[in-house]
Design a protein around this ligand. Structure first.
Ligand code: KIV
Ligand code: NA
Length: 261
């Protein structure tokens, strides 16, 4: 069984593997693969709901998908991603929404941000809810950051990342996602804190890696440098559906095998 303690203990010993899942079949595949953590990411906005950012994703969307993922992965360690506006407005609202994620089946929550959320994180943890941090490129702030930008390129940005990582550690986070961070900076952060870093586009020296399920299996059409496509299921699925259509049109499906006599 995966626990936050186990995840922390893995730091420096064994790479931690996290992948997103959004529904019953992807959760089942993810958990059967033996990854340590399933993230129900708000990336579901882009990946399965067709939005062009994560901004429109609501708490209701997240809870709906967390419940489906829990049904597909009854024993997995599931992290629920706090969507835009579910934790920024007030600490009370943040604690309540984090709690709703646990009620829906998550084991922990993740939220984007550094030092400015230290108090919010402390209060969520005080309520018995483990928190994963998220630094670097934080997609909910895309309008502020001005596009999908690699973070940590300037001395100022690097120092802010280091400060934020320490703040998240001291607030009690059990791990921190580093998204789109210069490799040398991700390495320095990883070495400067005692909780694991889980990277996406943050290089080889993080304590773990996370990728989006649909990117790993090649179901999304996105093409990012930091992604490795391990299959091309988009083509496999498109081919299958095309064959089905063609066989119905040509009356080669159904055959005698498929009918009830
Ligand atoms: O929403 C998401 O999938 C994420 C990961 C990319 C870390 O936040
Ligand atoms: Na996210």
């Amino acid at each position: 069984m995966v626990t936050t303690k186990k995840i922390i203990d893995m730091k420096g010993k064994e790479p931690i593997v996290m992948i997103t899942a959004y529904d019953y079949p992807t959760a089942k595949i993810a958990s059967e693969s033996g990854v340590e953590i399933i993230l129900v990411g708000d990336s579901l906005g882009n990946v399965v709901l067709g939005y062009d950012s994560t901004i429109p994703v609501t708490m209701e969307d997240m809870l709906f998908h967390i419940k489906a993922v829990r049904r597909g992965a009854p024993d997995a360690f599931i992290v629920g991603d706090m969507p835009f506006l579910s934790y920024e407005v007030s600490i009370e609202k943040a604690v309540e929404n984090a709690g709703l994620m646990l009620k829906a089946g998550a084991n922990a929550i993740k939220l984007e941000g550094g030092q400015e959320y230290e108090e919010t994180i402390r209060k969520i943890i005080a309520a018995g809810i483990p928190v994963m941090g998220h630094l670097g490129f934080t997609p909910q702030s895309v309008n502020l950051l001005g596009g999908h930008r690699v973070q940590g390129k300037t001395q100022e940005s690097k120092e802010k990342l280091l400060r934020d990582a320490k703040a998240l550690e001291s607030a009690g986070c059990f791990a921190i996602v580093l998204e789109l961070v210069v490799e040398s900076v991700a390495k320095e952060i990883t070495e400067s804190i005692n909780i694991p870093t889980i990277g996406i586009g943050a290089g080889r020296y993080c304590d773990g890696q996370v990728l989006v399920f649909h990117d790993v299996v090649g179901l999304s059409t996105a093409n990012f440098k930091f992604v490795k496509k391990y299959a091309n299921t988009y083509e496999i699925m498109a081919e299958a559906v095309k064959n089905y259509k063609n066989e119905v049109k040509s009356r080669t499906f159904p055959t005698q095998e498929n009918v009830f006599e």
